[in-house]
Design a protein around this ligand. Structure first.
Ligand SMILES: N[C@@H](CCC(=O)N[C@@H](CS)C(=O)NCC(=O)O)C(=O)O
Length: 205
């Protein structure tokens, strides 16, 4: 069987997949691209017509959603929250929330701080979406308020990777101050994991 191929840009959403791969011990063929691929990697369109990162190619199938790819990687590992577990639906809800609700406002911040040329940058949009993210990130603080170590299932799972990436990304955008104390402590636990650190080392080539 051929190894799955993972297309990745440093610290982009594909870090979720890199991190999950390292935690799960899966062997992948890693292809590092320059960000954003639509500007620097024209031949990538033949792989992923969306021109987004990540892309995962396995057995001739293309997957482009970081949450779905994480689910694939987690199968039959402790990262997976199985249907038979009581937190199954909570885990799935976190997985979807991680990108659709939590990463979306951060993507607006990235665009107007890093991607657009100077003359198109919008400090007001950055401030507004930082506050917007802060409101949404309170859901993490609420979940952790009972002193739990990880988000669901009493162990580190794919939910911590997916949501942990969003919280990590917030810290790279100067939005750490809108995270609550329990959220910051949980993020530190996430970022102290060998899997997270191996993924970040590997992305640097
Ligand atoms: N919902 C997708 C979003 C993928 C996405 O938008 N990725 C960003 C990088 S973090 C990207 O490729 N942006 C570059 C572009 O759209 O040109 C996921 O979770 O993987």
């Amino acid at each position: 069987m051929t190894r799955p191929i993972l297309y990745h840009c440093p610290d982009a959403r594909s870090l979720r997949c890199m991190w999950a791969v390292e935690e799960a011990g899966i062997d992948v063929d890693l292809r590092l691209l320059k960000f954003p691929p639509r500007a620097f990697e024209p031949e990538y369109r033949a792989i992923n017509p969306l021109m987004t990162i990540p892309a995962w190619v396995e057995d001739g199938r293309l997957m482009t959603e970081s949450g779905a790819i994480c689910e694939r990687i987690a199968v039959d590992t402790p990262l997976e929250v199985r249907r038979s577990e009581s937190d199954y639906w909570d885990a799935r809800n976190w997985l979807h929330r991680s990108d659709a609700t939590l990463t979306f406002p951060l993507a607006v911040m990235i665009r107007y701080t890093r991607v657009e040329p100077e003359e198109r940058r919008l400090p007001q949009a950055v401030d507004d979406y930082k506050a917007f993210f802060g409101g949404r990130a309170r859901s993490i603080e609420t979940a952790l308020a009972d002193g739990r170590e990880w988000l669901v299932a009493g162990r580190f799972t794919i939910a911590d990777i997916a949501v942990g990436y969003a919280a990590f990304l917030a810290t790279t955008l100067g939005a750490e101050d809108v995270l609550g104390d329990a959220t910051r402590a949980w993020l530190n636990r996430c970022m102290a994991r060998e899997g997270f650190n191996r993924a970040r080392e590997r992305q640097n080539g």
